[in-house]
Design a protein around this ligand. Structure first.
Ligand code: HEC
Length: 130
């Protein structure tokens, strides 16, 4: 019960900081995905380079991959993490060095999201293409 109250509070804080009301999020699955993706912002921004490639850069790299394939690929990356695909890019573009670049990887996010939530995040991510 205590845990539920805390997560509800967290959700309210998250929603406020995005200027999105809960009703908006309930009606619009893309907004729901955007809220869930707040965790990703520790490492990824949509446009700017933090310590991981920005989402727009990722989408550009895969711009000629079909949406269906991307959905599967991103689902898998979010659930199980990713390692080695962006090492060269990170070496060149990330200014903040966090230990050895060769060890930079994306940890699995499955402790934090269920499959349904991952799908919402993937749909939000793909919506950035448009
Ligand atoms: C702790 C930092 C961190 C977090 C949190 C994180 N990522 Fe990543 N992400 C990375 C790094 C580093 C890479 C590059 C991995 C590689 O070189 O393969 C990456 C790569 C990716 C890729 C590209 C994979 C590919 O196949 O090219 C996608 C898509 C992605 N992340 C989405 C997300 C989403 C969505 C979230 C939130 C649910 C998230 N990431 C959370 C660090 C993070």
């Amino acid at each position: 019960m205590k845990k539920a109250v805390i997560s509800l509070l967290l959700l309210v804080v998250m929603i406020n900081s995005y200027g999105i009301t809960r009703e908006d999020a309930e009606k619009n699955p893309i907004l729901k995905g955007k809220l869930l993706a707040k965790r990703c912002a520790w490492c990824h921004d949509v446009n700017r380079t933090l310590i991981a490639p920005p989402f727009k850069v990722i989408l550009k790299k895969y711009s000629n991959v079909s949406e269906e394939t991307l959905k599967k690929r991103f689902f898998n990356v979010i659930k199980n993490g990713s390692k080695g695909k962006w090492t060269e890019w990170i070496k060149k573009n990330v200014k903040v060095k966090m230990g050895e670049v060769d060890q930079m990887y994306m940890p699995p996010q499955k402790p934090y999201y269920n499959d349904e939530e991952i799908n919402l995040i993937v749909n939000w991510l793909l919506s950035l293409k448009k």
